[in-house]
Design a protein around this ligand. Structure first.
Ligand SMILES: [Zn+2]
Length: 436
């Protein structure tokens, strides 16, 4: 049998329904897909390239369900501030002056490269200049779902209702041959979008089978303002506008009550937990225990680096687990295995891509990570899930494969020059400071 790539050896975490962990197996990859998983002894294959994963952990690539890639150059620019001050005084005025195609493209290449280093193989992004983000991710080799944030309330922002969806459909057609890129619709949030924008977004999402990606109840004041203005809780308001008819990924979901949770659970809706961002901006702690009891699907996300300030899902798993153990006074709550599921297969399902991504199975896309276990901090190993959540960090990620292509080999990115990215970031810093 011919193959493009063979991954042999190592401990393979499949994340399939049986959560199988395989030893002495190999993955055969052809045309971007896993075509065979078999014991090494039974392998009959002539691969063009081989990754020796002996002594390593092999797992599905991690999926980031909420990001703002082009904000990379704003990392650390304005920290230790409340969300509204941060947005209104710093981020939005700067975006108004700086955001153009080149800025978005360059910042997104940087962010995509950083995500690959952190073991992210797909990110669900929301910003402006969709094709610049799509092209940047394609260059780095990162899989991406791109959306243009629709904002009616921002100075200069005024969503033309009849055009909602049109651009996304055009781009979907334009990028139809690009296996890395998909598009979604992103009304930014309740407090930034008109009822008409939300209603029309939902209609278009349902009509064209598009994912709907938006911020939801990140802060307490956001929820209170919805109750005051619309006399309804945020989820009820969205439901009444038809938004929950679409497949929805809601970022944050910090301030959501149990009635709202029941509505989310009975819809195709999920919450992208942004723990680090919520802690840093003191937005609050998402009620994960109640979400799980009500059956709401959960995934993990970094949010943008301007509010995080990193793109590290391994770290996100670690402190999400610990934070929720301590607030629930229960060390058994959120075991490591569940965090790993949230960062892989559950995230794929949240994005409507559970049949293609999120686990290592024959027929699925070859999006995977090889983590080096031959380091002091990785030994001894009794439970690989525990290591992923509590012991390893992104420096353990040695190789990254996306859609069957090696995009990071032995810690080095294949498609982009990291030294150039660093000097470019430094020159943008000078520009950003001059505009402040
Ligand atoms: Zn966000």
């Amino acid at each position: 049998m011919k193959a493009d790539l063979l991954i042999k050896g190592g401990t393979i975490l499949t994340l399939n329904d049986r959560m199988e962990v395989l030893e002495d197996h190999c993955l055969v990859i052809e045309s971007g897909k896993i075509i065979q998983i078999c014991p090494f002894a039974k392998l009959k294959c002539d691969p063009a390239e081989t990754i020796d994963a002996s002594g390593c952990l092999v797992m599905p690539g991690m999926i980031n369900t909420h990001s703002h890639l082009p904000m990379t150059y704003f990392r650390g620019l304005a920290d230790d501030l409340p969300l509204d001050t941060w947005l209104n005084k710093y981020i939005w005025p700067l975006e108004a002056k700086l955001i153009d195609h080149d800025f978005v493209f360059d910042a997104s290449v940087h962010g995509a490269a950083e995500m690959i280093h952190s073991g992210i193989t797909l990110t669900n992004d929301m910003y402006f200049q969709m094709s610049a983000i799509a092209d940047a991710c394609s260059l780095a080799g990162l899989r991406v779902i791109v959306a243009e944030a629709m904002i009616d309330s921002k100075p200069g922002g005024d969503t033309a209702i009849e055009s909602i969806g049109r651009k996304v459909l055009e781009l979907r057609e334009k990028y139809a041959d690009n296996p890395l890129v998909d598009f979604s619709l992103a009304p930014h949030a309740i407090y930034t979008c008109s009822e008409a924008t939300l209603r029309r977004s939902a209609e278009e999402a349902v009509k064209h089978g598009l994912l709907l990606h938006m911020h939801l109840s990140e802060t307490k004041s956001e929820r209170e303002s919805c109750l005051h203005t619309h006399l309804k809780s945020p989820v009820q308001y969205l439901r009444d506008l038809g938004v929950l008819e679409a497949r929805c990924v809601f970022a944050h979901g910090v301030w959501v009550d149990e009635v709202e949770m029941a509505m989310l659970a009975s819809a195709h809706a999920s919450i992208a937990l942004c723990t680090d961002s919520n802690l840093k901006l003191a937005s609050g702690i998402a009620p994960i225990k109640a979400y799980r009891e009500k059956g709401v699907r959960l995934s993990l996300a970094t949010d943008g680096v301007a509010s995080n300030n990193n793109l590290d899902l391994l770290a996100e798993m670690d402190f999400t687990a610990k934070l929720h153990k301590v607030i629930n006074h229960d060390p058994a709550f959120l075991p490591a295995e569940e965090l790993v599921r949230m960062a892989t297969i559950e995230a794929a399902r949240a994005l409507g891509k559970g049949d293609e991504l999120g686990s290592l199975e024959e027929g699925k896309a070859a999006d995977l990570l090889v983590l080096n276990l031959q380091e002091l901090e990785a030994q001894p190993l009794y439970n690989p899930y525990s290591h992923l959540v509590y012991a390893l960090n992104s420096h353990s990620i040695r190789d990254v494969v996306i859609a069957g292509s090696i995009v990071m080999r032995s810690h080095k990115l294949v498609n982009v020059n990291e030294t150039e990215l660093i000097s470019k970031a430094q020159s943008y810093k000078a520009r950003i400071l001059a505009e402040q």
